[in-house]
Design a protein around this ligand. Structure first.
Ligand code: SF4
Length: 293
């Protein structure tokens, strides 16, 4: 697997869909977050709790403690497999991991919700807000990009452009082995012996997800107040394949090392006043001794 100098610099082996979305807020900020560490803020933590609560409403939490990367992948595949297995019954499946490639890089993301409605499969992305305000257009844009890339990845899996074989090669699955300790945990949970193989569970996941029918081109972004759990706003918009491809083309030039991380343009320098790197690691729009240039 190819790792570019940019990925080496950021100590990354795969690109997350949220990285691509963050590039559209401020690419330089995304890079600085990797270089100087993204702290788990109370806001992120509250958002995660709400996501967990939503997931636990439709599935039983899986208490497994992975010991290595193979264990970790198994746990996630098993969770996603059982969620998809119940999609027909529950009409919903939450926190489904999607795999794909960005040129030759690994691309990974997690869609918040698949929902069956009126004979279509809908994609819904939840965003939590610490205040009761509806997000700005600039914030909504990054979230729209995120869900459009999920839509493209899922479409590629369904059309077999990215299938189990491609995944297996990309992740060198043959070289990964579950730990004995983890297998004991699987036995304790009475997980069928036939399923206790990363190869088997990954294959079953890809077989099941590629059978998703009537994937909708209407995408949903749902904003939720993290204090009350109430829905603030539901945006509905149409998937645009050409636009998504242009987003990916823009994004990959950075990961390939064809260009350096771009700071915000002058018209968007208001974002700097919200940025923790402003005036410290980043002085692009810093007016010495004062605030924004
Ligand atoms: S200070 Fe502004 S330009 Fe610099 S990283 Fe932050 S948002 Fe981007």
């Amino acid at each position: 697997m190819y790792i570019s100098p940019t990925m080496k610099k950021l100590n990354k082996y795969s690109i997350r869909v949220t990285d691509i979305a963050s590039q559209y807020w401020c690419e330089l900020q995304m890079e600085l977050n990797y270089l100087y560490g993204q702290k788990l803020t109370s806001q992120i933590s509250a958002g995660k709790t709400l996501h967990d609560d939503l997931e636990n409403k439709i599935s039983v939490p899986l208490i497994l403690q992975p010991k290595n990367y193979a264990d970790y992948l198994f746990k996630d595949f098993y969770k996603c497999y059982t969620a998809l297995n119940s999609l027909d019954k529950n009409k919903k499946a939450r926190e489904i991991t999607l795999y794909g490639t960005l040129n030759s890089f690994k691309l990974i993301g997690k869609i918040d919700q698949l929902e069956l409605k009126n004979n279509s499969t809908l994609l819904i992305e939840d965003k939590t807000r610490s205040n009761g305000n509806v997000p700005s257009e600039a914030q909504t844009l990054t979230h729209k990009i995120q869900i459009m890339v999920y839509r493209k990845m899922l479409g590629n899996i369904i059309s077999k452009k990215f299938d189990y074989k491609a995944f297996k090669n990309l992740y060198s699955l043959d070289r990964l082995q579950l730990t004995q300790e983890f297998v004991r945990q699987l036995d304790a949970l009475n997980i069928e012996k036939d399923l206790q193989s990363l190869d088997v569970i990954a294959g079953k996941f890809f077989a099941m997800i590629s059978e998703i029918k009537n994937l909708s081109n209407i995408l949903y972004l749902r904003y939720i107040n993290q204090n009350t759990g109430n829905e603030l706003k539901l945006f509905k918009f149409e998937y645009d394949e050409n636009y998504t491809n242009s987003v990916i083309d823009f994004s990959v030039k950075y990961w390939n090392g064809e260009r350096k991380a771009i700071p915000v343009q002058e018209s968007e320098k208001w974002k700097c006043s919200l940025c923790k790197f402003f005036g410290k690691e980043c002085k692009v729009w810093w007016n010495d001794g004062n605030s924004i240039k």
